[in-house]
Design a binder for this molecule. Structure first.
Ligand SMILES: Cc1cc2nc3c(=O)[nH]c(=O)nc-3n(C[C@H](O)[C@H](O)[C@H](O)COP(=O)(O)OP(=O)(O)OC[C@H]3O[C@@H](n4cnc5c(N)ncnc54)[C@H](O)[C@@H]3O)c2cc1C
Length: 379
């Protein structure tokens, strides 16, 4: 067993740190404040080969392993969680289904422009009445001639307002709750596809979130991903991958909280000495470092299993639930270390606390992760 990254993984980590420090860190506060989509950064990420890292070069990707990709998400999220999430939902949940289950023609037509950064992807699964309980979805797809006709409304779709390509899910046999859902690729501009309500959020404000509405939306038959009835399998498998990205995002946010806390604790003078000289503050820093290291190794392990072709669903859930909860806990500790100044807009730790919360919710809540872990224990 070797507890170190390969030279290539170290290089990717250093390169993404440099990218994030140069292009992302200086504008992350403004992106949060305005809630704007960081189009110029996403374009640069695409040009640098970051938007399709774990996919084969022949389909526009960088041919990296999944661990390298997750490390890049951590380093990007350390500067801006919204940008890190935009990259991770695009990679894990929009490119992922096509790369893992798509046909050769779909990979050429849809995965290639997504992975090379020319297009942005979204994953539209959640519906107003179907969040954790995916089976309560009501969107349908009915085959008419050479097309599926989709009807239904998806909600909380990340990248929805700015995406070129949507991977979505609809019942092709509503009676069969196990194998009646199928997965489709829908391009922006397809008649019957529209973007509904655009949500304002507590955190990750630069990530764009909206409803996606299908109203008699005609999708070519060849845009079915995998086999008819594979929808749930595709969704769950890609969410397993995506959770490694969210765990990495959470570690990045927590690392940023620690970075900020150390610098402030050394600089802030109270009672004639830096607050870092107090054991109460030192213990908070020590606990943050310990938990961040534990979380990092959990997501590294899940990504390692994935890269070895071994089962990793339980480990991805363990990484996600641990990293997201420790991230929220320690982002709050960082605000505590900053005292009143941590509660003021414009302080990075104030943003980090708001960004941290979502990691416990999306791509399966903490409760959903525990359900997944427990079900594998008592099967
Ligand atoms: C900012 C943001 C971005 C998102 N991006 C996407 C996206 O790109 N694509 C997409 O498809 N979805 C996306 N989502 C949706 C997200 O994955 C869901 O919000 C999440 O899965 C929870 O679903 P819900 O909000 O309907 O909550 P609910 O399922 O209604 O859950 C409410 C509460 O009940 C708990 N609960 C539910 N069932 C159980 C149970 N059986 N046992 C114990 N507790 C339970 C939950 O854990 C939660 O605490 C996003 C959401 C947000 C907020």
């Amino acid at each position: 067993m070797e507890f170190k990254l390969s030279e290539e993984q170290e290089l990717i980590k250093a390169n993404m740190r440099e990218f994030a420090k140069t292009y992302v860190e200086p504008v992350a506060g403004e992106i949060d404040e305005s809630g704007r989509y960081p189009a110029e950064i996403i374009k640069k990420l695409g040009e640098g080969g970051w938007m399709g890292m774990p996919f084969p070069v022949e389909y526009g990707g960088a041919g990296a392993d999944y661990l390298s990709y997750a490390i890049a998400v951590e380093e990007l999220s350390r500067s801006c969680a919204a940008t890190g999430f935009t990259m991770s939902v695009h990679t894990g949940l929009a490119c992922g289904p096509i790369a893992l289950f798509g046909s050769e023609a779909q990979k050429k037509k849809y995965l290639t422009p997504l992975a090379n950064g020319g297009h942005l992807g979204a994953f539209a699964l959640t519906e107003p009445g179907a969040g954790t309980d995916v089976g309560s979805a009501t969107t349908t797809a009915v085959l008419k001639g050479d097309e599926y006709v989709l009807n239904g409304t998806k909600t909380f779709t990340s990248n929805g307002p700015v995406a070129d390509t949507f991977v979505t899910f609809a019942w092709t046999d509503p009676e069969d709750k196990r194998k009646g859902m199928s997965s489709f690729i829908v391009s922006k501009g397809t008649p019957g596809l529209s973007i509904g309500a655009h949500f304002m959020k507590m955190g990750i404000r630069g990530s764009q979130t909206s409803e996606v509405v299908f109203k008699d939306c005609h999708v070519p038959k060849e845009n079915l991903i995998g086999n008819l009835g594979d929808g749930l399998k595709i969704a769950m498998s890609c969410l397993d991958h995506g959770r490694i990205g969210i765990a990495a995002q959470a570690v990045g946010i927590a690392q940023a909280a620690l970075d900020e806390s150390i610098a402030y604790a050394k600089a802030r003078i109270q009672f004639g000495k830096p607050i870092a000289k107090n054991q109460a503050i030192q213990w908070m820093l020590a606990d943050m470092q310990t938990d961040i290291t534990a979380g990092r190794f959990l997501y590294y392990y899940a990504a390692y299993l994935k890269d070895q072709g071994m089962p990793f669903s339980k480990e991805a859930s363990m990484a996600k639930v641990f990293c997201s909860e420790m991230c929220f806990k320690h982002a709050a500790k960082a605000v505590q270390i900053f005292g009143g100044y941590g509660y003021i807009k414009g302080q990075k730790v104030e943003r980090l606390l708001r960004d941290a919360k979502i990691t416990e919710i999306y791509e399966g809540t903490s409760e959903a992760q525990r359900m997944n872990i427990a079900s594998s224990l008592i099967r």
